[in-house]
Design a protein around this ligand. Sequence first.
Ligand SMILES: *Cc1c(COP(=O)(O)O)cnc(C)c1O
Length: 255
Amino acid sequence: MQAAAAAARAQVLSENFRGIIKRIEVAKEKAGRSQQDVRLVAVSKRMPASDIKALYEETGHRHYGENYVQELLKKAATLPKEIEWHLIGALQTNKCRDVARLIPNLWAVESVDTKEKAQKLELGRKLLRSSNQEAEKLRVYVQVNTSGEESKSGCDPKDAVKIAECIIRECENLTLHGLMTIGSFEESTAEEENKDFKKLVGVKEEVENRLRECGFELQKELELSMGMSEDFEEAINQGADNVRVGTAIFGERPR
Ligand SMILES: *Cc1c(COP(=O)(O)O)cnc(C)c1O
């Protein structure tokens, strides 16, 4: 890209980003949550690495979300190590081990929806940590299909507890960090309370209660990862701790 075009792009991205940060602050205020942290994950899937680099350099923002393992591996190899990657896309079991092993600055995998995937991530992170003392445990979110749509990944709400238990009991190199959902498009554009977000809040309570009954002490409450460009303000209103915003920062994605 020409220098002038690159500078203009960097400007657009940082303005969009700052606009979203403001809207998050306003949403927190309205929800009476101004003292709480809501993390913004800038979803950069299918956008060029140059966009991420520009946004990082302009704003210092570290949390970026990617959907595809191959694309993430490529980007992580070239972009600054300070970036904290979130893998948020539908995950294949056979890719889990590598992604956990090969990317030390993978901050979280948000799309764990089977025990097998958790176990493979555990294996990969264990290998990484055996050779790299500095590598952290990998945070994971259990993805829940709250809308019941065939097309969405995520576990059945009733299976979230057993996946969570598996992570805590069997996966020493993972940290159960929270629950994630996407929700239906209809709910994301409805004016009222989002039923899918409400469902995730319910599943979180169930999982926390069950884990306590089993004698596990949670270091802190589980996080709720919910809300995207169309619905992140409502998600914050309903308790989101982590929102994933792509289009509203980077613009429409190339096909
Ligand atoms: C693409 C994607 C997002 C971001 O969606 P936008 O509508 O572009 O903000 C968030 N979460 C997941 C799981 C995604 O796949």
